[in-house]
Design a protein around this ligand. Structure first.
Ligand SMILES: [Zn+2]
Length: 177
């Protein structure tokens, strides 16, 4: 390489690495790249937090990150997996959420759990489970909030399948974890 490797350069390259499941957004948009450390003239360490443990795409993502950097001439790429703090959909960039929507996938909604209802219900674990299982999701096609969960599992385990009750279009929803 002609110039010394910088962390900013590595971030730029990683911004071109698509998510294997949703190719319109990059691994940086997704918020799973937590850190880049340059450890030598042509060596770096990339810290990744999986969207959830057991996500089948993680190995694919790890390989894609490594090969993208090697293709750019980085000789040593070390990947670290950081499980804590756990990835949350808040780490997804606003542009990432906008791209998801443009792709016809509803971006993750903020999980609104009514704490006072939970407390009032005492052992209302069912309420909590319901709140997590079926968040209010807006249709990415027409914007209607009048949608229903069709299946917990969409085209991949990270997505759920929804249907819009207004425009009748089915769509994938990127699940919160
Ligand atoms: Zn709709």
């Amino acid at each position: 390489m002609d110039t010394q490797l910088s962390a900013a350069q590595v971030w730029t390259w990683l911004n071109d690495v698509p998510d294997p499941e949703i190719p319109v957004i990059s691994v940086v948009d997704l918020g799973i790249v937590r850190g880049v450390q340059v450890t030598g003239d042509s060596a770096c360490t990339v810290t990744i937090t999986p969207t959830y443990s057991g996500c089948p795409a993680m190995q694919v993502i790890a390989d894609a990150v490594t090969s993208a950097l090697k293709e750019r001439g980085v000789q040593q790429v070390e990947l670290l997996t950081q499980l804590s703090p756990a990835w949350t959909t808040d780490w997804m960039s606003e542009s990432g959420k906008a791209k998801l929507k443009g792709y016809g996938i509803a971006p993750p909604a903020q999980q609104v759990i009514d704490i006072s209802a939970l407390r009032a219900g005492g052992l209302a674990a069912g309420v909590k489970r319901h709140a997590i299982a079926a968040p209010k999701v807006a249709c990415p096609h027409c914007g209607s909030g009048h949608t229903e969960l069709t299946s917990q599992f969409g085209s991949t385990p990270c997505k759920a399948l929804y249907k819009c009750l207004d425009c009748r279009e089915p769509f994938d929803y990127f699940k919160c974890h």
